[in-house]
Write a protein that binds this ligand. Structure first.
Ligand SMILES: [Zn+2]
Length: 379
């Protein structure tokens, strides 16, 4: 469908292509996917496909024609963008046009960025929330009533219609009966905050939850993250590329070494080692500590699969994979690993609720020793 790569959204891509090929392209499509799953890149790549002047037999944008180049640079005159923003200075009304240059730059650098990332990049102060104004909605009606400048379509992308609020009602008639060859692509993360009246006038296309593998590819190919960092951040991403990038910024310490120290203390029942480890790890900020524990869970999961599935290849960095391989030779049974996984899960729960980190980690380490012995530590 597109010349630039889209990762992990094969189903949504084929839904969109089917609309086009069936000859019944809906004039308003709502692309729904959680933060960091690539709704905006998908909408732009579909716009590129629609506007491409030399669509190939493979139903793909050519990537070379003038229209493709303009779309990729987000400067095609028939491609319009609306996104959350705020007044750039007192007395000026909120309008995406005020920030279109910044938006092009932001998307080029950070195509999977969240609205928070976007608003921060244009200098939003203290969680200043963006919105899409009534003026902008009225302007949209005017712009789209004009003839297409160059392309066969006029395309209006609305990034996060949740930010329209009740102003969205201004657009109802436009969305229901748009001028000819006008396509609305609305990119949303949750339908709860989109006006019911808008929802009912759009064709829904659901994005899939992002698999770790797709996130790893995006981090490496789109963000030029090293293979090792990409593998580590992907498993902690919770299906969100923007979150994976945050994890990378936070994760400066060598977690693998910390996990080695910890397991070493636990497996050898060495209270001294555990004590030192608890002191060190309890100093991590809460979010990092939670991520660290979740990473330990991931490594245990890979260990279990490695000891049960012949030829299993974990999607991990070389160093992490080597560690997992070594750990798997200890021949843990399913129950032991499952129990350790549950214990870490409980610790994450307590850490998230700001329990004393030292107490949580010490209790966790002792409980894991009991799990190894095949007994339970009573809480
Ligand atoms: Zn083209």
């Amino acid at each position: 469908m597109q010349a630039q790569a889209i990762y992990g959204q094969e189903k949504a891509q084929s839904d969109l292509l089917n609309f086009y090929q069936s000859g019944h392209l809906p004039h308003a499509i709502l692309m729904l996917g959680k933060e960091g799953s690539g709704g905006l890149p998908l909408a732009i790549s579909f716009a590129q496909f629609l506007l491409c002047e030399q669509k190939g037999a493979q139903a793909e944008a050519c990537g070379q024609c003038a229209a493709c180049l303009k779309t990729k640079a987000l400067v095609h005159p028939d491609l319009h963008f609306t996104f959350p923003s705020f007044p750039p200075k007192p007395g000026v009304k909120t309008n995406s046009k005020n920030f279109i240059r910044e938006f092009r730059e932001f998307f080029t650098k950070h195509p999977y960025g969240s609205v928070t990332d976007w608003l921060e990049s244009i200098g939003a102060k203290d969680r200043q929330s963006g919105n899409i104004s009534a003026e902008e909605c009225k302007e949209m009606i005017e712009t789209l009533s004009l003839k297409a400048m160059e392309g066969a379509y006029k395309i209006q992308i609305v990034w996060r219609p949740e930010y329209l609020g009740k102003e969205g009602n201004i657009l109802l008639k436009l969305i229901e009966e748009p001028p000819s060859n006008t396509i609305f692509l609305l990119v949303a993360e949750q339908t709860d905050s989109v006006l019911e009246t808008i929802l009912s006038r759009t064709q829904l296309v659901r994005l899939q939850p992002m698999a770790d593998e797709a996130i790893r590819e995006i981090l490496q190919n789109v963000y030029q993250v090293s293979e090792q960092d990409a593998a580590r951040a992907a498993v902690l991403s919770e299906g969100n590329v923007a979150h994976a990038l945050t994890v990378l910024q936070e994760n400066e310490s060598d977690w693998l070494q910390l996990i080695k120290d910890w397991f070493n203390g636990v497996f050898t029942y060495n209270g001294n080692l555990i004590g030192k480890w608890v002191d060190q790890v309890s100093k991590l900020p809460t979010v990092q500590l939670k991520n660290f524990l979740m990473y330990a869970q991931q490594l245990l999961g890979h260990t279990l699969r490695m000891s049960m599935i012949p030829g299993y290849q974990p999607a991990l960095s070389a160093a992490d994979a080597q560690f997992v391989q070594k750990l798997a030779t200890r021949q843990f049974n399913y129950q032991t690993i499952n129990q350790m996984d549950n214990l870490i899960g409980t610790a994450v729960y307590h850490v998230e609720r700001n329990a004393n980190a030292k107490v949580v980690l010490l209790h966790l380490s002792v409980a894991m020793q009991y799990a190894l012995k095949g007994t339970k530590l009573s809480a």
